[in-house]
Design a binder for this molecule. Sequence first.
Ligand SMILES: Nc1ncnc2c1ncn2[C@@H]1O[C@H](COP(=O)(O)OP(=O)(O)OP(=O)(O)O)[C@@H](O)[C@H]1O
Ligand SMILES: [Mg+2]
Length: 451
Amino acid sequence: MSGSLEQFLTDLSRGLDRTMVAVNKELTLRERIKRTWSMRQCATFLGVSAQYLAKIAGSNADFPAGEYIGRERVFTLTELMHMRALLAATAKRPRDYLAWRKPEDDLPVISFASQKGGTAKSLSAAHFAQYLSLHYGMRVGVMDADPQSTITLYFAGGDGLPTLPDETMPTLVDFAGLFASEDAPYTDHSAEELNSFFQATSWPGLRLIPAHGETSEGEIQIARLVREAPAGKSFYRYLRDAIDRWKSGHVPQTDPGSLAPGGTVDQARLHAALNETLDVIIIDYQPALTLFQLNNVIASTSLVIPQTMKGFDIATLSTFVNGLRGMLQHILSHERIEIGTGANMLLPTIVQRSNGQDLGHISNLLEHCPTEILPVFYLRSDAIANASDVYQSVYEYEPDTPGKRKGINRFISNADAVNDAIVARLWPGLERGYAQAWMDDFYEDDEESVT
Ligand SMILES: Nc1ncnc2c1ncn2[C@@H]1O[C@H](COP(=O)(O)OP(=O)(O)OP(=O)(O)O)[C@@H](O)[C@H]1O
Ligand SMILES: [Mg+2]
């Protein structure tokens, strides 16, 4: 029967659209981030004691009001950012509360990449982005390089990007300038135009270049550009050059200590400062090693490779590592260019604690590549399915039954530890000790279970 696959896809697509209408509607109608955080949780994010924060709350007229749920006073993300501006204003080191880039600091571009599908790239990238916002008040740019648009789903909806992006919304393919312009085979957008491609999200200071079906055009456009070989542009430099152009037009201006003159936060100034630049860019990859992904690698200062720990997966990983190395060596033999000069690391994911083989692979890897492997990793969790089902991270997710709280809290501790370990490598000295505490606990338990 000819055309049967086409018919099948047509019917399935219609059915999926109808199913997604419900999702879209929910994303559009709901406040994206429903949850709030207690005074104690805010103190943890700010890196101060709960007593100290309570003292500030009692003595400062501009301290956010929050809301009372029973006897507990809780705060929104916007209020948490407000607290940061207040604390920074009187701090000896304002960047303790707003870890914002100085004008002379480089802009880290961190890619979560691997060739294999389903290795928790998107989950790791989304949780890292949100962690940096929650714990450091960083201004984070998230770039979705995957037409599946998984990380876009973590951020779409609510006051920022109101709904799932459609074909009219610019993607990373536009940002990289891969489409032909009237007079050139590609487009060098201005810094201002590039900045307009970032969409606001419900996370203050966190902006997103979303993905949709068009993102798969990236590969086609690069193939075209390789064929046309425009003068002055190498096929792997499109994103890198675009980020450089954006960066030179968005140098950090505002001193984080200057947002609350006279002890009152200047809202307009805070809002402008949250959007004037980015302190870090995070890219979530498609599971593939294509020329488009290569553009992302060349634009990155750091690569995080999330990888599951089955025998097959490690074999796939070798293919990816060798393939990527081959591409880089080819490029480096033609051009002297610095690539990935920040910290690069392999992050084991979805590790089954009770599975001796998983743990065996990790200890072998740690033995043979002690500095390349993160000794803190993501453990497999059943709780994550509940949060994933509503397109949320564990930071954002509020369980509907108290029974689910425990599993979510355990995953939050795990995510905090992983993210702290990544922070320690990217910004040495900025870590909070969650990674160390997790390792003390994990490896001690491990020893117990052996004896
Ligand atoms: N620690 C974990 N425990 C249990 N399930 C997990 C864990 N981490 C991720 N998952 C699940 O695994 C699936 C894949 O995760 P994710 O989408 O982050 O992977 P990915 O590498 O980005 O996938 P893709 O290659 O398709 O982009 C998701 O359903 C996610 O909820
Ligand atoms: Mg993904």
